[in-house]
Design a protein. Structure first.
Length: 336
């Protein structure tokens, strides 16, 4: 039986606006990732993906606040820990985070090696600089990065190289969980492939034990992750294997995401792009029923008023909808 590296139980986090209003951007989210596995998180902008990523680190700063739930990394519950303890004992060693536009986060006046030195000394102050430099050289070589990049400034590197260097810096201490927030969104196709290959190599070599890859592109996750979770308005609406989620999504929102993106594997002749009508709800005052109901053409009256629980469909497949799987499949078949 595989070992669970990350388990999240009923996590809820919120933003507090300057007017004192609560915005629940992550609402009762639960997930589990086993050692050697990767989870993709997809959804349109504003659905809560990046907030979930920040929340999973257990490190909160205003206006984001922890409300309830548990985050357990390799058996260690990091929920509600003191921020200083999280920064010292969790970030970089238990969990690492690659933010959006990470390649723009490097100070252009410092050499790449200095960033690695800072990370290592923050957690292992007894290390000497020679040891750290050898560690950095070894890791860069193992990941296929030019060792010469250690003595360069960020402005001397291409966009794709900067992104890969940032990933190497963030994971120099081999954290158990890597959270990558749209790490390839600003790159060309060739650079995207190099970043994805690097992440896979890190998993294969055991530098990281589990990974969360966040993007708004469902098809991209098919080539990167084992499982995919779709978020909408702060909640999980569906989760399953990458193959199931790309080629046989159940939830109307998941299907809408797929139909709004061209999938090369399916061809384009008989597949037309279709936008999802409407906009997500205001999370200051979310709907009582299904949060997608106002945009869903399959919604029935009870969808707007009844709370919708997660339905376990077996083999790790689960979804949040007022309709049964059989009902949805019949509706989709009649729609063709």
């Amino acid at each position: 039986m595989s070992k669970t590296i990350l388990e999240v139980k009923d996590l809820t986090t919120k933003y507090i606006t300057r007017f004192g209003e609560d915005v629940y951007a992550v609402d009762h989210v639960s997930l589990k990732i086993e050692e050697g596995k990767s989870l993709g998180i997809a959804g349109e902008s504003g659905c809560g993906k990046s907030t979930l990523a920040l929340s999973l680190m257990g490190y909160y700063f205003a206006p984001l606040h922890y409300t309830s739930g548990e985050i357990i990394i390799d058996g260690k519950n990091i929920s509600g820990l003191d921020p200083d303890a999280v920064r010292k004992d969790i970030l970089g060693t238990e969990v690492a985070y690659i933010p959006q536009a990470a390649m723009n986060a490097l100070n252009p006046t410092r050499k790449i090696y200095k960033f690695i030195e800072d990370v290592v000394l923050a957690h292992q102050p007894k290390r000497n600089k020679k040891e750290i430099y050898e560690m950095a050289k070894s890791r860069f070589a193992e990941l296929g990065l030019p060792v010469s990049a250690l003595d360069k400034h960020a402005v001397e590197l291409s966009g794709g190289m900067k992104q890969r260097v940032v990933i190497a810096i963030s994971t120099i201490l081999s954290p158990k969980v890597l959270i990558a927030d749209e790490p390839s969104s600003a790159l060309d196709v060739t650079s995207q492939k190099m970043v994805i290959k690097m992440l896979r190599d890190m998993m294969d070599r055991g530098f990281i034990k589990a990974m969360i890859f966040i993007t708004h592109e469902l098809p991209l996750l098919y080539n990167v992750t084992d499982d995919i979770m779709v978020m909408y308005a702060g909640q999980i609406v569906e989760q399953g294997s990458a193959k199931e989620m790309v080629f046989d999504p159940i939830h109307p929102y998941s299907r809408g995401l797929m139909q709004s993106i061209l999938v090369p594997e399916e061809g384009t002749r008989d597949n037309k792009l279709a936008a999802i009508p409407g906009t997500p709800p205001n999370l200051k005052n979310p709907p009582k029923g299904c949060r997608f109901a106002a945009r869903c053409k399959y919604a029935v009256p009870q969808c707007h008023f009844n709370a919708i629980p997660m339905i376990e469909a077996g083999d790790g497949r689960r979804f949040r909808c007022g309709h049964s799987i059989q009902n949805l499949r019949e509706v989709y078949e009649n729609d063709k």
